[in-house]
Design a protein around this ligand. Structure first.
Ligand code: CO
Length: 180
């Protein structure tokens, strides 16, 4: 038996987070293991969603559980090659965080409702109408597949408020690079 996959969260400003992720074309055991390891990391990190670029995989895979509760697997949503086909309802402001930006929060405007089409881990098509917090989580994770990050969606005021913390993340990244 091979070792179970173990991922770590890729942190800002790692350039991989900026790439547009590529479509998944092979639905095999590797994909299933990747998805399982992503859930594992998401729950361990007390997140409600995780996109493959956050584990340094440039593929269009996201997992979410809007309550971040591993005891509620019925809330798990695995979306492969998702497309947001509709965004409707009012734009709502709500404070968001991101596992790639630990300790940083900002008010982000998102459409209240969205419709997403994707396939599941076996390649079966699915279409979901999401609302409220689940809709927000999906839109946030979908941004990751497009290389769009929390820092891009922040208001200038939030960017200013988080300026020191963001600067420290950039410094930490440079230090990690220097050690490689
Ligand atoms: Co995020």
């Amino acid at each position: 038996m091979s070792e179970p996959l173990e991922f770590a969260v890729t942190l800002y400003p790692e350039p991989l987070l900026r790439r547009t992720a590529e479509e998944v074309t092979t639905f095999d055991d590797d994909l299933g293991e990747t998805v399982e390891a992503m859930y594992q990391l998401m729950f361990e990190s007390q997140g409600v969603g995780l996109a493959a670029p956050q584990v340094s995989l440039g593929r269009r895979i996201l997992v979410m559980n809007a309550e971040g509760d591993r005891e509620k697997p019925e809330l798990n949503l695995t979306l492969i090659n998702p497309r947001i086909v509709e965004r409707t309802g009012d734009k709502m402001l709500m404070e968001e965080g991101c596992l790639s930006f630990p300790g940083i929060f900002a008010e982000i405007a998102r459409s209240e409702d969205c419709v997403v089409e994707a396939v599941d881990v076996e390649g079966q098509p699915l279409r979901l109408e999401l609302t409220g917090f689940a809709s927000r989580v999906l839109q946030h994770e979908y941004d990751h597949l497009e290389g769009v990050l929390l820092v891009d969606r922040m208001s200038p005021a939030d960017r200013l408020r988080n300026k020191t913390a963001l600067g420290e993340m950039i410094e930490d990244y440079k230090e990690r690079q220097a050690q490689v």
